[in-house]
Design a protein around this ligand. Sequence first.
Ligand code: TYD
Length: 394
Amino acid sequence: MKHTFLDLGTQPIANKFLQEAGEDEYKFNLTVEFDDETKLVSLGNFVRPELMFNDSYVYHSSNSDTMRKHFKDYSQLLKEDFNPQKVLEIGSNDGVFVRNFDQKTTIAVEPCGNFAQLTNAMHYETYNEFWSMDLAKRIIKEHGKRDLISSSNCICHIQNLDEAFAGISECLSEDGIFVFEDPSLILMLERVSYDQIYDEHAHIFSVTALQNLLNRNGLEIFRVDNLEVHGGSNRIYACKIGARNVEKSVAVNLEFEDKHGIGDLKTYQDFARKVQKSKDSLNDILIDLKSKGKKIVSYGATSKSTTVFNYCGIGPDLIDYIVDTTADKQGKLSPGMHIPVVSPDSGFDETVDVAFLGAWNYEKEILAKEQRFIKDGGKFITHIPYVRVVGTSA
Ligand code: TYD
């Protein structure tokens, strides 16, 4: 049975930045459910994939030093531990992962045409479509089964997980591995990072729920790595049931989640109360600073901040603008609340008093880069794990 435990209100498509205020915007009610059978946490209302993932998708996976290094190290680890020959990536975005593998033996799947074009131009054969059982069968026919299927921040976008996992199982060679990473539910609960919830994240995964869903599609988890990227993620290594030794990290993660109530509805109801408190505190601090005449901006036009601003009702009256390095977002308005987005070069200057960390997951990288702002008395605010000022100079 499914239980709705959180309502984040009316929300737009998190990555659909507007050219101008009058544009039509698709809106939906962002609720979250817990399935007490599979333990899966999912959105109550899925958004049609074509509305989110299309030829004008703006999110670049290689948008920071942190992520470029992450994908390089990840590829190196896969080569050293598994030496995969035939590789497939589902959701290849701008090619930040595949570029570490040989063009002749690596293929990509990417539904956003603008990104599929990029990897095709890099000579990686790219299927410009959504992952499906039908595509899995075509890939087997045209290229053979795969030793490695990798997918980063994409499996949690897929609404029908049974079909996705069945297709992956079909496409995997007998001792092939399926490795994927997505935001971690246990860390979202711990960090009160409710902004991991937005249209694209159809599910927020626990290892527990994934074990249940993979098992019923002929797969099992044999290793779990806990990662800091994207605000706290898990990298899940799966194989056909019985094909490999199951490592200790699997039981460690399952036990940890169990101990922290991953299977209890009450855990999610407690989380919802903390989310309400976070909203109140954020509004209080921003309204207070504004009343003192401070200029507030946001740092990083993230999908996460779309959820925060729309849920908390924070618009241009509180936040003058958002600075972001992504050219495709600059000169546009943020989804729903219509806060202008500008480049850091033009907007992150001495007139700014306070910056809300929309990209709180890059706190370390940003604080290191913006030492001058801090030394000059500028303040960063984060809402993770509770609303507070960070990076004050000593
Ligand atoms: P990310 O946190 O990956 O976002 P999402 O919530 O959409 O998954 O994206 C970080 C965004 O912040 C991205 O648009 C790039 C931007 N950014 C900056 O503008 N400056 C920076 O120093 C960093 C690290 C990111």
